[in-house]
Design a protein around this ligand. Structure first.
Ligand SMILES: [Ca+2]
Ligand SMILES: [Ca+2]
Length: 489
């Protein structure tokens, strides 16, 4: 009995951090860097079968050895975790004239595709990441096999056919996604296979799983899978394409630690890149109260499934300038920022596969790309150095309707530290003077002399933005199309 009690106490200590009470697997405070290994870096030319870099639908030669070799680059940027798209053994053939370079056409879930390397290469990567204090987020496919995977012929009973799809009352779950062979998770064999896959990859050193296409997976099965991950201390991130706050909230309640907030991505694309005004962003942020754990929600400017953020401008220089704005803005938000490889240099590209161009590194950059990278690196460093920006609660300020389209203001607060954040969509440098009482900004406890604060400079390097509080007003002096953050106390 005594032993049991002691063990229980030990488990309780292991399962929660003493300071925050959050699970140890929490990703609050992390910054994730997303990599598609085939399109990142070729570290081993010996595994380049079928490589044709001139063909955007072919294998390009990137691999796990290359990812390991470039970990110092990811660390230099300041990311603390790496999400890699799937590295399973893929179907041997092309489908739709496209090679399975992206990893989403699995043939064997417990082998590494030879184009990516070996299981030993995966082990070397996770050990190198962990030695550098970084976490590994592994993409997991649980909805389907590749079109031409041998398992489809060998085990027809594992898959939903036309009859199951026709008879189903959950078409999203039981009908094929893009025609892919759809796994029937209600089958005990399929369930055992998928639960075993998760166990297998947990044992390879993953800290977290990104689950693909959860909208298309049986909900009851998902619940069981998430329970087993949770018990093993794995952080779970679900991809529900186009999820809004309501969907994210529902699935956090049903067991996911996190989902990607696609609605915020769309709003940031429209507001920051397409110049459509900041109201859409404010509308998404105003729903954060619905989220059970807003600090865990995955926030992003773009990924491998949507056109590149910078592609939203016809002009490369404008795309670069607005990507700087977007990266700084992203780093002021509550949640877990995710940066898709190349967004830190404002890479361009339209719909898939154009959004998956090969990553380029320092020696290949233009001076303009280097400048975007420096802004990204600085913005991440500023976030990581600030408990308020990395973990604080977010409170929207009530911006007057006359300027709400081009000015978004909020505070982030944690442990007595408070930061004021200003996103400015105006096309020109401007000053604003706004009543504290209308904004809902409380200045009690601030060090004011005769009601006036010193000039507070932005936390971001190389940016001319400043604020000052005086006689009941917040005065802001802001550059055009940029996001700034100011430490109040
Ligand atoms: Ca290679
Ligand atoms: Ca399905």
């Amino acid at each position: 009995m005594r032993t049991t009690l002691l063990l229980g106490a030990l488990l309780a200590t292991a399962g929660a951090s003493a300071q925050t009470g959050a699970p140890l697997s929490s990703f609050e405070g992390q910054v994730i860097y997303q990599v598609m290994p085939d399109r990142f870096f070729d570290g081993n030319a010996a595994n380049n079968a079928g490589v044709d870099r001139a063909d955007p639908r072919a294998w390009h030669g990137g691999d796990l050895a290359g990812l390991t070799a470039k970990l110092p680059y990811i660390q230099k940027l300041g990311a603390t975790a790496v999400w890699l798209t799937p590295v399973y053994q893929q179907q041997a053939q092309n489908s739709f004239d496209t090679a399975p370079y992206h990893g989403y056409w699995p043939a064997d879930f417990r082998k590494v595709d030879p184009n990516f390397g070996t299981l030993a290469d995966f082990g070397a990567f996770t050990r190198a990441a962990q030695a550098g204090g970084m976490r590994v987020v592994l993409d997991q496919v649980i909805n389907h096999y590749g079109y031409l995977a041998p398992a489809v012929r060998e085990h027809p009973a594992w898959f939903n056919g036309k009859a199951e799809c026709d008879a189903s009352r959950q078409k999203d779950a039981d009908c094929p996604l893009a025609g892919l062979p759809d796994l029937k998770q209600s089958s005990p064999q399929v369930r055992d296979l998928l639960m075993g896959n998760a166990r297998f990859w947990r044992d390879q050193g993953a800290s977290a799983f990104r689950y693909d296409a959860i909208k298309n997976v049986d909900g009851l099965f998902l619940g069981d899978l998430l329970s087993s991950d949770r018990a093993a201390g794995i952080w779970t991130l679900g991809e529900w394409y186009n999820a809004d706050s309501g969907t994210v909230a529902e699935w956090q309640r049903r067991g996911f630690d996190s989902l990607f907030l696609f609605s915020l991505q769309a709003a940031m694309q429209g507001s920051i890149m397409a110049g459509q005004g900041l109201g859409a962003v404010a509308a998404v942020l105003s729903r954060q109260g619905e989220l059970p754990r807003p600090g865990e929600v995955a926030l992003f400017l773009d990924n491998h499934d949507v056109p590149r953020f910078a592609q939203g401008s016809l002009f490369e220089d404008v795309g670069q300038a607005r990507t700087k704005y977007g990266l700084r803005a992203l780093m002021t938000l509550r949640g877990v920022p995710v940066i898709w490889q190349g967004t830190e240099i404002a890479m361009r590209g339209g719909a898939d596969p154009d959004n998956r161009r090969d990553m380029r590194f320092e020696a290949q950059w233009t001076p303009q790309e280097k400048a975007v990278f420096e802004v990204a690196r600085d913005a991440i460093a500023v976030r990581q150095a600030s408990p308020a920006l990395s973990r604080g609660i977010l409170k929207l300020l009530r911006t007057p309707a006359s300027v709400a389209d081009r000015l978004l203001l909020f505070t982030r607060e944690q442990g007595g530290q408070r930061v004021v954040v200003a996103w400015h969509g105006g096309k020109e440098r401007r000053s604003y003077s706004l009543k504290l009482s209308s904004l809902g900004l409380n200045v009690v406890g601030l060090d004011l002399k005769a009601g006036t604060s010193p000039v507070l400079q932005t936390l971001f390097a190389g940016q001319d933005a400043k604020i000052r509080i005086s006689n009941g007003f917040l005065h802001l002096s802001l550059p055009p199309e940029d996001a700034a953050a100011f430490k109040l106390n």
